[in-house]
Design a protein around this ligand. Structure first.
Ligand SMILES: [Fe+2]
Ligand SMILES: [Fe+2]
Length: 384
């Protein structure tokens, strides 16, 4: 890119948080940039999946019978991470020091604080820890206290076979993982909600600079998602496409406003700068840990099946299915919208464009789904 254009675009565009010289660097060495993207993406997914493995459960046995504690430790140490406490105070100290105890198995009759009082405190301060009563004095009152005051998961009577205790501990650890999973899901929902807010903010950022494309990303998002549904793709894939559509043109923050709103024909230099927007979008999004590789979908949304697209001239299966679907939705919405340099061309012209160029530019399966939606199912509302 000529130096004069780079300087001009840097001063005209808002900051993306780092020097936009990186776009010129990418243009000078596109192959190394491309290599840096594609292998890395799959490895990141692999390692994040590996990191989600569940660790083995840690179990705290509480009893004033030291011999029994020693015996339990010897019996279960190969199967679980076992720690012991000889009284309630000792147990509370160990709970305070160790954040990864999943299950507490407690006797009832102990000097000072009894097991019911201990488990009541645990249920109050460590509600995610699964609680088991293990006592030689099972009677109706103990059972009612265990259920009503401690929300005990199981009540086991002494003596108890190794197999029976193992079955109870395995069930308690499953329950613990279920509780942990529910907590993580709640956090993920919050995270996803916040992330969607950030994405909508990005969408507005582009649209405030470019009123002619106001609503374009939202409409592409809706149309791409419904094409993906029509193609029978899974809910997770559809959700990723919907989010990618909302930010697919985020890289236009790099393009000077006068280029975006120019009524006449763009010069070659102006068009070459506009063609950087998938790369800039990728750079903006890639540091964010989305649940989907949105930066890759955004990078590829102007690639075409026969290699005639940009920025890399990728072809065929090198282009993600998500980007192929975005390309169809993007073309249909762009052609049915007014632009500074031309009025809207209409849905018939847009559908003709994707039909005539399927297999060369657009993925036939995405084109077929789009034609089905508009020609057979009377679909119009996502472009409104
Ligand atoms: Fe675009
Ligand atoms: Fe677009």
């Amino acid at each position: 890119m000529p130096r004069s254009s780079r300087n001009r675009s840097k001063s005209a565009g808002p900051s993306t948080g780092r020097s936009l010289d990186f776009v010129a660097e990418l243009s000078n060495d596109p192959e190394s940039h491309r290599k840096s993207i594609y292998p890395g993406f799959m490895m990141n997914r692999f390692f994040s999946d590996q990191a989600q493995c569940q660790p083995c459960g840690r179990i705290l046995f509480v009893d004033d019978d030291i011999n029994l504690l020693e015996s339990q430790k010897r019996t279960f140490v190969d199967r679980y991470d076992v720690i012991t406490a000889s009284c309630a105070d000792d147990a509370l100290q160990k709970l305070g020091r160790s954040s990864d105890i999943s299950v507490v198995v407690s006797d009832i009759r102990m000097p000072d604080t009894d097991g019911i009082a201990l488990l009541r405190q645990i249920s109050q301060f460590y509600p995610d820890i699964v609680r088991i009563i293990f006592t030689g004095y099972v009677n109706l009152q103990n059972a009612m206290d265990a259920v009503n005051e401690c929300q005990a998961f199981r009540i086991l009577s002494k003596p108890c076979s190794t197999e029976k205790m193992k079955a109870a501990l395995d069930a308690a650890l499953s329950q613990s993982r279920l509780i942990q999973g529910q907590r993580e899901l709640a956090v993920l929902r919050k995270y996803q909600h916040a992330m969607e807010g950030v994405i909508l903010g990005f969408t507005k950022l582009v649209e405030t600079r470019d009123p002619y494309t106001a609503g374009h990303q939202r409409k592409v998002s809706n149309l791409a998602a419904i094409i993906a549904q029509e193609m029978g793709l899974g809910l997770d894939c559809v959700a990723g496409i919907r989010l990618a559509g909302l930010v697919h043109d985020i890289g236009k923050v790099y393009v000077p406003v006068e280029f975006l709103n120019k009524a006449g024909k763009l010069s070659d230099i102006e068009f070459s700068i506009i063609k950087q927007h998938p790369l800039v979008g990728h750079e903006i999004l890639s540091p964010i840990d989305f649940s989907w590789p949105l930066s890759r979908f955004v990078l590829e949304h102007h690639e075409r099946l026969d290699g005639s697209g940009y920025p890399y001239g990728l072809s065929g299966d090198d282009i993600s299915i998500e980007a192929k679907i975005l390309a169809v939705a993007d073309t249909v919405d762009a052609m049915t919208s007014n632009r500074p340099y031309r009025p809207a061309l209409g849905i018939e012209a847009a559908l003709r464009e994707i039909e005539d160029n399927q297999s060369t530019h657009y993925a036939p399966e995405a084109v077929r789904a789009c034609l089905t939606l508009f020609c057979e199912k009377g679909f119009r509302e996502c472009l409104e």
